[in-house]
Design a protein. Sequence first.
Length: 156
Amino acid sequence: MLFLIVMLITFFLMEGVTWLTHKYVMHGFLWYLHEDHHQPTGHVLEKNDAFFLIFAIPSMACIFYGTFGGPLWVAAIGTGVAMYGLAYFIVHEVVIHQRLKFFTRSDSRYIKTIRWAHKMHHKHMNKEDGESFGMLWVAKMYWDKVKRDEKIQNQA
């Protein structure tokens, strides 16, 4: 039970870690890795994909250490980070950027909202003046915009 609790807490805390990392690291001193995500080069892989390793390596290290001799709660932390990474991959790469073309349409308000928030993030081509740095949690102003659009669409 402790494993599950620690894993879930870690999963939810990763949204804050992601927001902070995205705003202050990716749009800060590691912009050279993230830049091609805002200014696409047309390549299948981006330098930005290196951030997968930045999170995956500590996650796997925690899982291995906690599984093979260390405290089990350490493995739970690694598993929570890995589960967030999977969710991030599905939302960011499949749902939003559609790098894999098997989820291209949705009537879900949540999907519309995260797509809109991410579109607003990408309207900024440089590292300055960004917005919407999270992934799974979306600010109220984006929900409000999607609700307004739906209301206008339903009146037509």
